[in-house]
Design a protein around this ligand. Structure first.
Ligand SMILES: [Fe+2]
Length: 487
């Protein structure tokens, strides 16, 4: 028996707990169980909605459990020699959508973490520790950090699981998903089949996935498969992005029924259940920004119902990037790529309308998905062609315009790009697009300098002061591309 505050905890899981907190420098969590079905979904780490998303000093532990009061609490410590302390009482949101048993999403904040440290936490139900893990605390500005990016992933495929295993091997500080998180309609049921079991598996295995979510911050942009279909008649448990992702709420003010928000469809009962379950995450949670270390991230919903030529939407991005001028790096993440050489989704390059905003805002790299392969552009500047009335000219399928390409940049000896680098990293697990184009450079657009479409892959980026090194790693662990940027 051991005492924790005023309560006494049975040490049913003492062995596992000891292993978890005694792992010293290892930032990988230990295997855990789900005793007596404590969880509907085991704990995972989210950024939450910090008071100042540019000064992160904590993370949220989130888990899903049955719709009953169960005396949950969370304790944590920033180092093994520190006493355990309790978080504020976990908050919960009831998810009660048509076709699913009601469940609760619980959230508890780990605050005042030591930058770059490894924090231990344990989730307690009643008087029993039912889960424990370690988590990587956010890095400070002066500390190097590593992040991983991929998209189009939760398809339940061997490729998804192999990529998850490679993410675990890369041991990043955080992971950014560029949308199409779970197929095919972002449903609660699909998250349970294809997302949680892969990225929060108890053991790391090429065939299963890895225990990532419990120990590593995951962030996500929303893709078309996540939130574009608002028909709650067909998919009453759809739009689960709004239930399960806890991210900053500092995007443009959007309102239900207003511009850039497509109407919900389906029976009124289903719509009401969705709205009550989503709470304040709906409708605006697709756009947000935050700082991690010396990098600023802007995350956008670029599904077609958002008009990114609208003054108020562009102004938000402009202001966000201007406010982040003091960050060493500015990264942008959204789903639909502005510059894509793949025959698939070739007409979906409407996000080009934001290229001038990114250039003016000194964005370094834009990460997208949607197209299920890997592509890198030359550093580029793009001028959108407009008619006399200022409207974009659309010759054929694409938004037309002119390019200035920095072909001198090679990412090895020439590492100071003139322009923005655009990556497509949508090879995270779903069926690959246009494998034959990999060996057919004549089929690439002039702005593309690298195109890998025969294997699933992930982007691994290292930020060390004013040097950024980006590698594309295949699902079998081989390096497919590498470049560095310096300032
Ligand atoms: Fe997509």
């Amino acid at each position: 028996m051991m005492n924790v505050g005023s309560s006494t905890i049975r040490c049913t899981f003492l062995v596992l707990l000891t292993a978890a907190v005694g792992c010293g420098s290892s930032s990988h969590s230990q295997a855990e169980t789900n005793p007596a079905g404590a969880f509907v979904v085991k704990p995972y780490i989210q950024l939450g909605d910090p008071a100042d998303p540019r000064k992160i000093d904590g993370l949220d532990v989130v888990w899903h459990a049955a719709d009953v009061d169960a005396g949950w609490k969370v304790e944590y410590r920033a180092a093994d020699d520190q006493p355990w302390r309790s978080t504020d009482a976990p908050r919960s949101q009831r998810i009660a959508v048509v076709g699913q048993p009601p469940h609760r999403v619980y959230r508890a904040g780990l605050r005042d973490l030591t930058p770059g440290g490894v924090c231990s936490y344990r989730v307690i139900r009643g008087d029993e520790v039912v889960f424990s893990s370690t988590v990587k605390s956010p890095k400070a500005k002066e500390q190097p950090h590593r992040f991983v990016v991929f998209g189009d992933c939760g398809a339940g495929t061997p490729g998804e699981k192999a990529v998850a295993y490679q993410v675990h091997s890369a041991n990043p500080d955080y992971v950014m998903i560029t949308g199409d998180i779970v197929y095919s309609r972002g449903r609660v049921s699909e998250y349970r089949d294809k997302f949680w079991p892969v990225y929060n598996a108890d053991e790391a295995s090429r065939d299963v996935g890895a225990p990532l979510l419990r120990s590593t911050l995951f962030l996500a942009a929303a893709g078309n498969h996540d939130i574009a279909d608002r028909d709650l008649g067909k998919n009453p448990d759809g739009l689960a992005f709004f239930f399960y992702w806890d991210q900053p709420r500092n995007g443009p003010a959007l309102r239900d029924g207003g511009p850039h928000v497509p109407p919900l469809r389906g029976p009124e009962e289903n719509q009401k259940a969705f709205r009550e379950s989503a709470g304040d995450a709906y409708p605006g949670a697709g756009n947000f920004s935050f700082d991690y270390g010396n990098a600023h991230w802007t995350v956008l919903d670029t599904n077609a119902y958002v008009n990114w030529t609208a003054r108020e939407m562009r102004a938000w991005v402009e202001r966000d990037l201007a406010a982040a001028r003091d960050a060493d790096w500015r990264f942008v993440s959204f789903h639909q790529p502005p510059f894509n050489s793949s025959k698939a989704h070739f007409a979906d390059q409407l996000t080009r309308v934001l290229a001038d905003v990114f250039e003016a805002g000194k964005v370094d790299v834009v990460f997208s998905g949607h197209v299920h392969n890997y592509q890198r552009t030359y550093p580029l500047r793009f001028t959108l062609a407009v008619d006399a009335a200022g409207r974009a000219v659309k010759p054929g399928e694409l938004l037309g315009g002119s390019f200035v390409l920095d072909r001198a940049f090679d990412g090895r000896t020439m590492t100071r790009p003139q322009g923005v680098i655009y990556l497509v990293t949508g090879a995270g697990g779903a069926t690959l697009y246009d494998p034959s184009q990999q060996d057919d450079p004549d089929s690439w657009q002039e702005f593309t300098c690298k195109f890998v479409s025969k294997i699933h892959s992930l982007t691994v980026a290292d930020v060390q002061g004013k040097t950024l090194t980006v590698r594309q790693i295949s699902a079998d662990g081989n390096e497919l591309d590498k470049f560095s940027v310096t300032k």
